[in-house]
Design a protein around this ligand. Structure first.
Ligand code: SAH
Length: 263
């Protein structure tokens, strides 16, 4: 028996993976991050499952619960919002489990940055524009290395998605304007994929004010970059003049080839 760290998705209960849902259905013990995981997901747990909200527990209490269950031969589903690889504090849990010799597995999920792009119906990587997405946050109680300050990152003018910073958008947008300029398009996506989802559009100059007027201070992602305008070049992947491993070009004369991502 194991502890399963499961990316529970951004909110919509249908955005958990098939594997994550199966493990949640099978688990005797469910520990979920109550501040962000949609409680609707708990409807899939067994009626007799013991369910804990981790927001009221310490790391030591969480690990004790996990150890007790696994030693009894029970399965533990540990639900984290979005994907497990970003800002989910699983590393410290993993290390504590390893120290106690408790087996675990990680099941990834749909991150909120993917849900936010879907909400604004955009693609972060557009040919002829940015081919890079920066996932970051502003320093808060958790420090951010100086080399990763928003001002430093902004000079790349890559597509950017800002986590954990809805409460400090004034400062964040000013810092980002260093490289992007105040006119850069920005969108704030609140509770992507939840029924109460809200999207605000603007620029780095005004998005913070718009958010303040709407009273949005948490559970939101700031998206920044020209990708929001949606005007890239046409991709080569579906272009008739290019061929690649899975499709022959219409005109046999040229020999263009695409890299494996195809775009
Ligand atoms: N592991 C999560 C991130 C956890 S950090 C993931 O992959 O998405 C928590 C931050 O994620 C929040 O402050 C907010 O910035 C963002 N977030 C999580 N769910 C969100 C959602 N449904 N809509 C918008 N932002 C969300």
């Amino acid at each position: 028996m194991k502890v399963y760290f499961i990316g529970a998705g951004p909110g919509d209960p249908e955005l958990i993976t098939v594997k994550g849902q199966r493990l949640l259905k099978e688990a005797e013990v469910v520990i979920y991050a109550g501040s962000l995981v949609n409680p609707a997901l708990l409807g899939w747990a067994r009626p007799e499952a013991r369910i804990y909200d981790s927001s009221s527990l310490t790391l030591e209490e969480i690990i004790d619960l996990m150890e007790e269950a696994v030693r009894k031969g029970q399965k533990v589903a540990r639900l984290h919002t979005g994907d497990t690889s970003l800002y989910s504090a699983i590393q410290e849990q993993i290390e504590a489990l390893e120290a106690r010799g408790i087996p675990y597995e990680i099941v990834p999920g749909v991150s909120s940055f993917s849900a936010a792009a879907a909400a604004v119906r955009k693609e972060f990587t557009l040919p002829g524009q940015s081919q890079t997405l920066i996932l970051t946050r502003r320093a808060g109680r958790t420090p951010v290395p100086e080399a990763e300050s928003l001002a430093a990152l902004s000079v790349h003018r890559a597509s950017l998605c800002l986590f954990l910073s809805a409460h400090c958008l004034k400062e964040a947008t000013q810092e980002l304007a260093t490289g992007y300029g105040l006119e850069a398009p920005a969108a704030l996506v609140y509770k992507a994929s939840w029924p109460e989802e809200k999207i605000l559009y603007g620029s780095l100059a005004d998005i913070a004010d718009r958010a303040q007027k709407e009273g949005i201070e948490r559970t939101a992602l700031l998206l920044v970059g020209d990708f929001l305008r949606g005007r890239g070049q046409r991709s080569r992947l579906y272009h008739p003049a290019f061929s690649h491993g899975f499709r022959r070009k219409k005109d046999e004369a040229s020999h263009h080839h695409l890299d494996e991502t195809g775009s």
